[in-house]
Design a protein around this ligand. Sequence first.
Ligand SMILES: [Fe+2]
Ligand SMILES: [Fe+2]
Length: 179
Amino acid sequence: MQNVLKTLHTEHAHICRVLDFLEAQLGVLEQGGIPEWDLMGDVMHYMTNFPDLYHHPKEDLIFKRLRERQSGAVADIDEILAEHHELAGMGSRFRAAIQEVECGSVMSVKDFSKMARAYIDVQRRHVELEERVLFPLARQFLVPDDWQEVDEAIESRSDPVFGSMVKDEYKLIRSALVD
Ligand SMILES: [Fe+2]
Ligand SMILES: [Fe+2]
């Protein structure tokens, strides 16, 4: 019944690996080096096309059900649901900024870094709150019928970077992040 929580937990580990990679690239940039812009672009393409489209919607189903079952968690749930929208917007802007830099537009390291670090920080806090507070509450308060409804409503997609079938466009980041 709760296999979806295991999947979400695995996806969090993948998201954290992506954040570690982005943070390392930012470190290179901030120290005056040249980060791997193309890989950062691929990574943000992945973040805006897999976690934003298939990870957060699964959580939305669970957290909306939890909201009905556990009124004490409403503040945290509402914060997390709002962050799913916020993160999608921040991720799109981050991705667009990488594309602009690659196309030669001038953006200061300070501005780029500030935007990128804000994205990484919100993502990290977000995952931490879900793992520490919301997943345990969901495990505790959702009933078998809830899990069945969640399972039926989920659009299940294999992860195009970390799954068994890697999309061609992600082969480079798969090598950088996994192999
Ligand atoms: Fe989330
Ligand atoms: Fe999550």
